[in-house]
Design a binder for this molecule. Structure first.
Ligand code: HEM
Length: 548
């Protein structure tokens, strides 16, 4: 914005018929906007022609300026210093001695050497609102390729997503263009829990050499997407893909992969995972959706229902758990069902949270699916589903922990501006105690997550399924409990502002509603905690190391 004004220029626009104000040295013409201002026009007229920065920041967060700046800003004060506003989450320079990052090591061994230097500080530097490596703490896991990805994703989310996410959530839809952008940026090819799938897409990620891609990049990507503060948004983008596509890549036959994977990775086609049924959730072995082999042995005829399927309404492909054999886990297969085969109906379900994720009820009626669409072997789908669960749960953990950080960050920011009884909220010990309990749970869980991701990076799929199934289940429960706690405490800190939708407490209100979408699917807390002990004990016994 090149136009500059003096303070006296602004002062002359001090009436309803020409209403200018100044916020942080920038000049806004609110003459037309005043009638639409949700806080009322009188309150704006009272500050007409004046610097209203203090009043503005009392009632709004940064998102408002990002959203309305283009439309309402007409210039800046001639006295405005050149420096950027401090709310900008860009890399910051703080005095310190260790800022020279080492060259990245191989994908299989992410900078796990003793002399790895700390990375440049990045973000707002609010302790615990970002992982400690953003504040230049040393880490054996993250190098400059992870930092480059983090910077790229954050710039995108800050500029194009965060200011719109409330609107999208209320509309229960994210513009299709955003999903395509995910493909264009080459992010989809890296979100599969495998090496980067560069052979199947021309949209290859630019900021990370593909041969260096590892599970920590995937972690950073999911983490930064989640900073949008909307489970609905994150699930819209990766909720179906992140769990529906890996079985295709790992167990699909080559002709099927060659035919459909490029369209999926480019963001042109969408895929989801269809396991849960009206009568089978965590109890996967009891599912009833049947796939009967046709007499000529060329097709499966699929009949049945699936419920709570993320993204289903928008999907072209459904990675579906079907019964091809007898009762129990040994009669279950995975089948890739295509919408265009006919007989697939989808309807949106109204849910408590994750509104823009498209939770779906699906019916399959005599769908004729070619046998070439079988993923893995007939009646051996249960194992593929179990392997997939680890990837799904790790995604849930990453999201929950970032949402917990968002609750923490929002609370710290609000606690530093809201005054009660003559003091800022953060100056009340009872509020600091809430922040302390949030921070300790977030950090403990995140450090465990880093360790588990490192183990996944080192172990093969089968070993990870056996040895990490228990710990991942346990951490999934830990992460959802942490998220619930942080959403609750943040909500108490925001008071009425997080009881109403939108506005300053909007993120916290939305995340509070999203909690159950994390605590129930992908294995409920109860199932996870029980499994964590059963599985860990069983494996320890099996591997012969446990002495009682
Ligand atoms: C660039 C100028 C402004 C824009 C674009 C703007 C926009 C908005 C928006 C979108 C809301 C709805 C709540 C939210 O989403 O946060 C809102 C609420 C409000 N605004 Fe503004 N506003 C501006 C300036 C001001 C100023 C200067 C004041 C005070 C002097 C003010 C006072 C309020 C109040 C009291 C509310 C209601 C807050 C609540 O519900 O708790 N606004 N504004």
């Amino acid at each position: 914005m090149s136009k500059t004004f003096s303070q006296s220029d602004v002062s002359s626009h001090n009436k309803a018929d020409s209403l200018w104000i100044v916020v942080d040295g920038d000049v806004y013409d609110l003459t037309k906007f005043q009638d639409d201002h949700p806080g009322g026009k009188k309150i704006l007229q009272r500050v007409a022609g004046k610097d209203a920065s203090k009043q503005f920041w009392k009632y709004h967060n940064e998102g408002i300026l990002k959203k309305y700046q283009k439309q309402l800003q007409i210039g800046s004060l001639d006295s405005k210093p050149q420096a950027k506003p401090s709310a900008e989450p860009m890399p910051v320079a703080i005095p310190q001695k260790t800022v020279a990052p080492k060259a990245a090591s191989s994908a299989a061994a992410p900078t796990a050497h003793e002399d790895a230097e700390a990375l440049e500080p990045f973000g707002l530097q609010i302790p615990f609102a970002d992982p400690s490596w953003y504040q230049s703490h040393h880490s054996p896991y993250f190098n400059e390729t992870h930092a480059a990805l983090r910077n790229e994703v954050r710039a995108w989310i800050d500029a194009e997503v965060e200011p719109n996410v409330t609107e999208w959530d209320e509309k229960k839809e994210v513009p299709a263009e955003i999903y395509k952008e995910l493909g264009r940026r080459g992010y989809l090819a890296g979100l599969l829990g495998t090496s980067y799938q560069k052979d199947y897409t021309d949209n290859v990620i630019k900021c990370v050499p593909t041969e260096k891609w590892d599970l920590f990049h995937e972690m950073v990507l999911t983490d930064e997407l989640s900073r949008s503060g909307s489970g609905g948004f994150v699930w819209n983008l990766i909720g179906g893909f992140g769990i529906g596509c890996p079985p295709l890549v790992k167990f699909g036959k080559k002709p099927l992969i060659d035919r459909i994977l490029p369209g999926i990775l480019n963001g042109d086609k969408r895929i989801c995972l269809a396991i849960t049924e009206p009568d089978a959730g965590s109890d996967v072995a009891n599912l009833t959706c049947e796939a009967k082999l046709s007499e000529d042995g060329k097709h499966y005829i699929v009949n049945g229902e699936k419920k709570w399927i993320t993204n289903g309404i928008w999907c072209d492909y459904f990675t579906t758990a079907v019964r091809t054999g007898g009762p129990g886990m040994n009669g279950v297969s995975l089948l890739l069902i295509e919408r265009e085969l006919g007989g697939v109906s989808t309807r949106r379900m109204d849910c408590q949270g994750v509104w823009s994720s498209g939770t779906t009820y699906i019916t399959f009626e005599d769908v004729k699916v070619p046998v070439g669409n079988l993923l893995g072997k007939e009646n051996q789908g249960f194992r593929a589903i179990m392997t997939n669960f680890n990837h799904e749960r790790i995604g849930i953990i990453i999201q929950c922990l970032r949402f917990s950080r968002v609750c923490f960050e929002e609370s710290v920011k609000y606690g530093n501006k809201r005054k009660t009884f003559g003091k800022k909220l953060v100056d009340h010990p009872v509020i600091r105690l809430k922040l302390a309990h949030m921070a300790r749970q977030i950090e403990a869980s995140y450090n465990w997550l880093e360790n588990i991701i490192y183990q996944c990076e080192k172990m093969g799929d089968t070993e990870a399924m056996l040895r990490l199934g228990g710990p991942i289940a346990s951490l999934k429960a830990q992460a959802t409990v942490t998220f619930e706690f942080c959403a609750r405490e943040a909500s108490q800190i925001f008071g009425g502002l997080s009881y109403s939708r939108g506005g300053q407490g909007g993120k916290v209100e939305r995340l509070y509603r999203d909690v159950r979408a994390y605590a129930i699917p992908g294995g409920s807390e109860e199932i996870m905690l029980d499994l964590s002990i059963r599985q860990s004990m069983k494996v320890a016994k099996m591997l012969g190391g446990m002495k009682l």
